[in-house]
Design a protein around this ligand. Structure first.
Ligand code: KIV
Length: 272
């Protein structure tokens, strides 16, 4: 008797488009290492983003600006090794694509070749048009990112909600249509009014994934460390926290320390 193998259908950019067309919401989370990526993939997440938020949550920097291309490739390789089903998207780090489309292509190719990831993401609209075009011309799928774009934090000056005024909202609508026309396979919208998120999702054929962009978009993304409660300080309104991992880990470690100090660990059974 032959054993039936459970078939795992890999998520592709084509499948994501079908999900939008069928009204099936897309789930996306960040991942930066093998062990976490394996759990998230096993749970059935559709997209894993190796976000440059690794700069904050993995390396402890205040912004996403310091992380390097080599760092991103290191994180992405670990995630790719863990994943059987999810589409793996990797952020192009700050300084690799702004104002230089050749350098953008080189960075995207290094990510694809050296990590085995499936797509790249970059921030911005009209101003990064040349980079998006050049990367796409090499056959590398590109995800856009509009609204609050953390690599421009020093230009914005704050992490507050973007595109509340008509002029910025109109620019964002135009940028979304431009990114679709260039050939991006999806767009992330970060921290914008829910009504605008819904309008943008309805105005383009490609999936729009929101983070603080309301429920009218085609899917949601969160930073996994935030939704798992590892990072206690960050509690924006858009975040739903599903676990209190900071406290759970701390309690477990306190327990371990007590057991070591009291000579309770290791027991007879835990030694050779
Ligand atoms: O780097 C990141 O985690 C991101 C998400 C916030 C979308 O870009």
């Amino acid at each position: 008797m032959s054993v039936q193998k459970k078939e795992i259908k890999r998520i592709t950019t084509h499948i994501l488009r079908e999900m939008k067309e069928n009204g099936e919401k897309i789930s996306m989370l960040t991942a930066y290492d093998f062990s976490m990526a394996r759990i998230l993939d096993d749970a059935g997440i559709d997209i894993l983003l190796v976000g440059d938020s690794a700069s904050n949550v993995m390396a402890g920097h205040e912004t996403t600006l310091p992380i390097t291309l080599n760092d991103m490739i290191y994180h992405a390789s670990a995630v790719v090794r863990a994943v059987k089903r999810a589409l793996v998207v990797v952020d192009l780090p700050f300084g690799t694509y702004q104002g230089d489309s050749k350098s953008a292509l080189k960075a995207a190719i290094r990510i694809m070749k050296e990590s085995g990831a499936h797509a790249v993401k970059l921030e911005g609209g009209k101003e990064v048009k040349d980079s998006v075009e050049r990367i796409l011309s090499a056959g590398v799928p590109v995800m856009g990112h509009l609204g609050l774009t953390p690599q421009s934090i020093y230009k914005f000056g704050t992490y507050t909600v973007r595109a509340k005024e008509d002029e910025e909202a109109q620019r964002l609508r135009e940028d979304a249509i431009l990114l679709e026309s260039l050939g991006c396979f999806a767009i992330v919208l970060e921290k914008i009014p829910a009504t605008l998120g819904k309008q943008v999702a309805q105005s383009v054929g490609i999936p729009v994934i929101g983070i603080g962009a309301g429920g009218g978009v085609d899917g949601q993304v969160l930073v996994s460390h935030d939704m798992l409660g590892i990072n206690k300080e960050f509690r924006p309104r858009f975040l739903r926290v599903y676990l209190d991992l900071y406290d759970d880990i701390k309690t477990a470690v306190e327990h371990y320390i007590r057991d070591v100090k009291s000579n309770d660990f290791p027991s007879e059974k835990e030694q050779y």
